[in-house]
Design a protein around this ligand. Structure first.
Ligand code: NI
Length: 172
């Protein structure tokens, strides 16, 4: 299966609000796209990848945050955050920001409703890194990047680092 091109900040698709996934987009065609996204994400050693990051302006993403050492691949289509709880502070990265890691405050627990590839709806209750990932990827679906979630000081530092990386050609 072909790897997809991961778009880098500030490409416009990353900053656009994704369209909801329609019923007719679901099924085998969606499965094929999701399979390619999983492969692209794993090749890039990421734990989450949202559709806008591969140039698709729609509301869905894939993620795989291991649980007790085992893979836990999840597909969330038309995600909707129902409830959040608590707080966590930790370093975050993003495949659309190669080489950039920065501290971001997130909710510790998230209850999210989403459809799977067949259109079935379910609720997931996740904590820690998995919750962080769901929040980060749902943001991508809404055209929000993790830069927007940093404190103003950290955002300035991050922007300066991005400029440096762009000059060295490591960021295109
Ligand atoms: Ni990201």
């Amino acid at each position: 299966m072909p790897l997809m091109r991961i778009v880098h900040y500030p490409e416009p698709v990353l900053l656009a609000v994704g369209k909801p996934v329609a019923e007719e987009d679901l099924g085998p065609k969606m499965q094929a796209v999701v399979d390619d996204m999983f492969e692209t994400m794993r090749e890039a050693e990421g734990v989450g990848l949202a559709a806008p990051q591969v140039g698709i302006s729609k509301r869905f993403f894939v993620m795989d945050v291991p649980e007790e050492g085992r893979p836990n691949p999840l597909v969330l289509i038309n995600p909707e955050i129902l409830r959040v709880e608590g707080e966590q502070l930790g370093d975050e990265g993003c495949l659309s920001f190669p080489g950039l890691y920065q501290t971001v405050k997130r909710d510790m627990r998230v209850i999210v409703k989403a459809q799977d590839v067949s259109g079935a709806e379910r609720e997931l209750d996740l904590t820690g890194l998995a919750a962080r990932c769901v929040l980060h990827e749902t943001d991508h679906c809404d055209g929000i990047v993790f830069l927007d979630r940093m404190t103003p000081l950290k955002r300035e530092l991050a922007k300066r680092k991005i400029k440096r990386l762009q000059k060295t050609g490591k960021w295109e």
